[in-house]
Structures are given as C-alpha cells and as structure tokens.
Design a protein around this ligand. Structure first.
Ligand SMILES: C[N+](C)(C)CCCC[C@H](N)C(=O)O
Length: 288
C-alpha cells in the first residue's frame, strides 16, 4: 500500500488548516451562537474581546489531528482508486479513472476519516465556542482549559461516547460530499489540462479551491446540524437525533438556519483547499 499518499495528505492538510482556522472560528460562532449580527460583527467582537489570538483558539489540536484525518482521507482515497482501477497516482494522468470510480473512492475516504475526525472536531467546536477573553487574575477560568482537559472532562461528564456526539451528522455530511470534492477537483483539472499531461500549478490551485467551495456548499446544512449536536447538552438543549435537531432548528429559526456559515465556509474553503491540493500534488511529484 503506497504510504506517500498518507504523508502528503498529512502535510498538505496541516498547511491548509492554519490558513483557514480564523475563518473556521468565525463560522462555528455564527452557527452556534445568536449574539452576532453577521460575519463582520463577529470578527470585530472577537478581535475586541479576545485580540487576534481569539481567531486561533482551538488550533493546536486540529493541527495535530489533521495529521491523522487528512492522511486517512487522501491515503484511503488514493488506495481505493488503486484497488478500483489498478493505476497508481503517477499513472493516473495517462489513464484517467472514471468519475464514478473517483466518486466512490472519495466517499470511501470520507466515510473512513469520520471515525478519526469526530472526537477531534467535537473538541475543536467546544473550544472555539468559549468566548471568554484570555484568563485575567480574578476572572473565572473557562470551562475547558485546553484540548486535553476538554477531552478528559467530556469523558468524565458524558462518558467516552460523549466524544462522538454528532458523529452521525458528520458521517452524513462527509461521505457524499467528499465524493463530490474529488470529482470536482478531477473534473476541473481535466478541463484545463491537455490530455495525458499533469495539471499546472494554477490549474491545481483553482480546481482545489473550487472543489472546496462546491463540497462545502453542499455540506453546510449538515454542518450546522453537526455543530449543534456537538454543542448540545452544554446549552441545556437536547436533541433526540439528527432529524430532531433539524426539525427543532427549523421550527425556531426558519429554513435559513441551514445556510448559516455558508459565506464564511466558502471564503475559507478556497484558500484552504487550493493549498491542500497544490502541496499534495507537489509532494507526490517530488517523491514520484
Ligand atoms: C466534505 N467537506 C466539505 C465537509 C470537507 C471537504 C474539505 C476538507 C478540507 N480539509 C477543509 O477543511 O476544507
């Protein structure tokens, strides 16, 4: 099983992540709190109360976890394609796989990575939602002091299963949308590249960026539900499941609730995924 794909997935995921984390913090806050009037208001308030550091809350942990998650995603994707089409990454430009195979491999990668992503993502969301400014002497400490403390507290208060709250919604969000992600990427690369050749850096950047936007646009409704389920319990709101969370969110806030964070998700998705795919392709070419 070629391991380069796993390593390339890890490094490229980490690079993309740092670039996108401030967007991600604003998104999570807009999706789960009702105190902000919009993106601009959230950015200004976060900066005022918490300084620039506020945007990078909860990042150290995703950086470590993206090592696992992105490497599983890209590793499983590429190795599934290898099993389906009997072509390695290097051979795929000369013998392009069908879109059905790309979709299937993407869904498989998405499905498998959910098991690693679920606990990391839940901890990230909980830490990002702590809006207290940095600890000042005398002020009450935030509920979670950091990722490890957060994980331990959840295990103690809610049991280890607490770490997997919202995992169903995450699976429903990621399995089809990661299929769409890789199909969009492949399609755009092929549109802008003469047959049999490797895509240029510009093509990879644009195709990766749009793959991110398209897949996030489709994923946003379930992303909202996922984040809410991960926060539930803490805010005395309890949902019986994915459908119950959807129904009660729509009842209280209207259909628009499914599009919360769509703009910011798209704005984040372009640079993050452009850089992720560019570094992934380059690393594999170097090692090729
Ligand atoms: C499938 N879904 C849209 C949820 C994610 C696809 C992009 C994944 C990338 N690591 C990112 O954070 O943007």
């Amino acid at each position: 099983m070629p391991v380069e794909e796993f390593v390339a997935g890890w490094i490229s995921g980490a690079l993309g992540l740092v670039l996108g984390h401030p967007f991600d913090t604003v998104k999570v806050r807009l999706q789960t709190q009702t105190t902000y009037r919009g993106i601009f208001d959230c950015v200004v308030k976060t900066y005022r109360h918490e300084s620039l550091l506020g945007f990078f809350k909860g990042m150290s942990f995703p950086i470590a976890s993206i090592a696992v998650v992105n490497s599983v995603l890209f590793g499983v994707y590429s190795n599934t394609l290898l099993a389906l089409t009997a072509t390695s990454h290097q051979e795929r430009r000369a013998q392009p796989p069908s879109y059905a195979h790309v979709f299937l491999a993407g869904c498989t990668g998405g499905f498998v990575q959910v098991y690693c992503l679920a606990p990391f993502d839940l901890i990230k969301v909980r830490l990002q939602n702590q809006t207290e400014p940095r600890a000042r002497p005398g002020s009450p400490p935030p509920r979670y002091r950091g990722p490890v403390h957060c994980a331990v507290s959840i295990c103690q208060e809610e049991g280890p299963r607490g770490l997997f709250r919202g995992a169903w919604a995450l699976m429903l969000r990621d399995t089809p949308t990661l299929g769409i992600y890789f199909v969009t990427y492949e399609w755009l690369c092929r549109q802008s590249t003469p047959e049999g050749q490797s895509p240029s850096s510009a093509s990879v950047l644009v195709a990766g960026g749009f793959a991110g936007i398209v897949s996030w646009a489709v994923a946003t409704p379930l992303d909202v539900i996922k984040s809410r389920m991960q926060m539930a319990g803490l805010k005395h709101r309890v949902y019986r499941g994915v459908l119950d969370c959807m129904a009660s969110s729509v009842r209280q806030e209207g259909l628009g609730v499914f599009f919360r964070g769509l703009t910011i998700n798209s704005a984040r998705a372009f640079p993050v995924n452009a850089v992720t795919f560019l570094s992934y392709e380059y690393l594999l070419r170097w090692w090729g």
